[in-house]
Design a protein around this ligand. Structure first.
Ligand code: AMO
Length: 447
């Protein structure tokens, strides 16, 4: 007999079927045992005689044959798709045993602390509430890709091992590359710019690496960067228009495909009916000063508190959960960013904030070879280290710009997670690579 999925069983009333999955819960009612069997589609109640499932415990992996029958009226469960039927087990085969669970993870996740969640990731991802996080990540990524494909963008693969630092030197992982120095890519920036020389419009979904110097609720050491780059822009504002379309589609795709997952977090995804407001950074600082008395008007960047405050302002004034902050100072942006021709101290760049957190950055780039070489030097770098990248400009690239979203930041904000480490299945941060780093041996120490 061929295995069918749990949710398919509702079509087989009165028939014999074979299902496979994990024991989600086991309830002993004297002469009768109820198992909730979990597979990728959901739960199925299985009724068994005690001798059929004698030593079977939670998380055992089973193959069960039996007959689908209607549940007695008072045993119906409207919360699951198979709530009107059950499987009467006739044959049970153990495919894998499971050790005794360290805790009752399926019903007690609210009581657990973040390090426990992460220490027990291989087990915890089975909890529907945890699994939901990564479904939201998958749908958001697909939405980003599909939106750009529909706008005639081409996907490319960006390298992770790079010879030069694109986004500034402090947060970079050095690696030994044979006998040479190399780095883990902080972003696909230089490569997406090179690729527009062939495709004009490109995107990539890349693993990127940042040696963040402190533990925060917003930073990972490895995250997913949703990057795009566009040639022949007439105005850098076109980039914000594209970001707006992306977020509109992400939200509507999540509503369409993740209603159950969102419900588990009571997450209300906004509908982007209004245009996302756009505000210069200096204007934002002025508004924050007027609202809070905090005078950051000469600071080169917004603080995390400023970002929260200006989002609150956008919500109150424009009814928008998102806001673009533009014109960041030139000294806070990487060497490739184009200065504002009307005020060279600032740049044609933007951040997109969502419910108090930056989720994307973008802007117009310097596309003139000579200016770019000058800027690389001005930023304290050697043009020869960027010779490969510069080749693209030496042989002509049009006016262009792009942007990147941090996937885990989108997921964190959509679901209202407290810490970005919850939003990635396998957190890489200052404290952990799978295991907590304090449990690992340091360089040079023999195991
Ligand atoms: P930036 O450095 O601002 O810009 O990064 C882009 C977006 O990536 C996310 N992000 C992070 N997410 C998790 N952990 C981190 N350590 C982390 N650092 C950044 C944020 C941020 O908005 N090359 C430019 C983009 C461009 O101009 O095209 C860049 O990388 O959501």
């Amino acid at each position: 007999m061929k295995r069918i999925l749990n949710t398919e069983t509702i079509k087989y009333l009165g028939e014999k079927v074979k299902v496979c999955g994990w024991v989600n819960t086991r309830r002993d009612h004297g002469g009768i045992i109820f198992l909730d069997l979990r597979d990728r589609t959901g739960l199925l109640q299985v009724v068994c005689s005690p001798e059929l499932v004698k030593d079977i415990k939670e998380e055992f992996v089973l193959e069960i044959e039996g007959t689908i029958q209607k549940r007695p009226l008072k045993m119906k469960n409207e919360e699951i798709k198979t709530g009107e039927i059950e499987l009467k087990a006739e044959k049970v085969k153990i495919l894998a045993q499971a050790a005794v669970l360290p805790f009752d993870y399926l019903s007690k996740t609210a009581d657990l602390k973040l390090p426990t969640f992460l220490d027990y990731r291989p087990l915890m991802i089975r909890d529907p509430k945890i699994k939901a996080i990564f479904k939201v990540g998958e749908i958001s990524t697909n939405s980003f890709k599909n939106t750009l494909r529909n706008l005639d963008f081409t996907e490319f693969q960006s390298p992770s091992i790079v010879p030069a630092v694109a986004e500034g030197g402090a947060e970079v992982f050095h690696i030994n590359y044979y006998k040479y120095d190399a780095f883990l890519a902080q972003s696909p920036q230089l490569y997406k710019q090179i690729m527009i020389g062939a495709f004009e419009r490109v995107f990539t979904v890349a693993h990127v690496f940042r040696a963040e110097p402190s533990v925060t609720t917003r930073h990972l050491a490895e995250y997913i960067s949703l990057d795009a780059e566009v040639a022949f822009i007439e105005s850098w504002e076109e980039l914000m228009d594209i970001c707006e379309i992306i977020m509109k589609n992400v939200f509507s795709d999540l509503k369409k495909n993740c209603s159950q997952e969102l419900a588990l977090y009571q997450a209300a995804v906004p509908t982007l009916t209004v245009k996302i407001p756009r505000l210069k950074m200096r204007e934002a600082q002025k508004i924050i000063f007027e609202r809070t008395g905090q005078d950051h008007r000469k600071e080169p960047d917004l603080t995390p508190e400023d970002e929260k405050e200006i989002c609150q302002f956008a919500k109150e004034k424009y009814g928008s959960e998102l806001i673009f902050i533009t014109h960041y100072p030139i000294k806070k942006r990487p060497f490739y960013t184009l200065a504002d021709p009307e005020d060279q101290e600032f740049t044609l760049s933007f951040d997109l904030l969502y419910q108090g957190l930056e989720i994307a950055t973008g802007g117009q780039r310097i596309h003139q070879y000579e200016t770019l070489v000058k800027n690389i030097k001005k930023w304290g770098n050697k043009p020869k280290d960027f010779a490969f990248y510069l080749q693209a400009f030496e042989y002509g690239l049009p006016p262009e710009g792009g942007f990147a979203f941090g996937l885990e930041r989108i997921v964190k904000q959509v679901l209202g997670l407290k810490n970005i480490r919850e939003a990635t299945p396998f957190s890489r941060d200052m404290e952990r690579i799978d295991q907590r780093l304090s449990l690992k041996k340091k360089h040079g120490k023999k195991p």
